[in-house]
Design a protein around this ligand. Structure first.
Ligand SMILES: Cc1cc2nc3c(=O)[nH]c(=O)nc-3n(C[C@H](O)[C@H](O)[C@H](O)COP(=O)(O)O)c2cc1C
Length: 199
């Protein structure tokens, strides 16, 4: 079971969720690739916010997402901060390079799931995740949300996908556990799907 976790993070929140998702998927027995998408903002914009520049430096060793990662994966979890209620443009920019994969049917039949962060509690987490789901529909993907399939979901509270209110600080143990659960569930469903197809 190959799982790619493809994310964008400016100041580390979504990166923390992505790392937790990677842990969850690995613990469920998957081979995992944790991949950031390329920064598209000009260096001057990044440097204008010390926490953004610091995060870029501290994640310099994380490999950048490539089409081959999507081809390799049986399941992909996408993570992006909420920007005006939608996924950050950096992740959209990567997604919008995938036309050739889509055209050749290489994104179909995989399992997809998504997670996010926003500054405020009603800042658009669901709309961001649903916007990503729109793309998964176009790809012919199998969307696997966390729902309320684990007690942690009743504490973390987002059935669409793990979400964190960044205005409250870094994600705590409950949110990280929800991200691990989401990834575990993705692995479980993708494994069952693969086995069913092979049978
Ligand atoms: C241009 C821009 C638009 C944003 N729009 C929203 C928004 O609609 N709702 C919200 O709650 N937070 C919004 N935020 C805050 C980000 O969602 C928040 O900084 C992000 O989730 C932190 O994640 P990161 O640390 O992984 O970058 C916005 C931030 C920027 C820079």
């Amino acid at each position: 079971m190959n799982v790619a976790i493809v994310y964008y993070s400016a100041t580390g929140t979504v990166h923390a969720l992505a790392q937790a998702a990677a842990e969850g998927a690995e613990k469920a027995g998957a081979h995992v690739r944790l991949r950031k998408v390329a920064e598209t903002a000009p260096a001057a914009a990044v440097d204008s916010r010390p926490e953004w520049a610091a995060h870029v430096r501290s994640t310099a060793d994380v490999a950048e997402a490539a089409h081959e990662d999507l081809e390799w994966a049986d399941a992909v979890l996408f993570g992006a901060p909420t920007r005006f209620g939608s996924p950050a443009g950096q992740l959209r920019a990567f997604i919008e390079t995938t036309g050739p994969l889509w055209f050749h049917g290489k994104l179909a039949d995989k399992v997809y799931s998504a997670f996010t962060a926003s500054s405020s509690p009603h800042g658009g987490q669901e709309s961001t995740i649903l916007a990503l789901s729109t793309t998964f529909h176009h790809w012919g993907g199998v969307i696997v949300p966390p729902g309320y399939t684990d007690p942690i979901q009743f504490r973390s509270g987002n059935p669409y996908g793990t979400s964190h209110v960044a205005g409250t600080g870094a994600p705590g143990e409950v949110t990280l556990a929800a991200a691990r659960h989401q990834a575990r569930r993705v692995v479980d469903i993708a494994t069952a799907l693969k086995a069913g197809r092979a049978a």
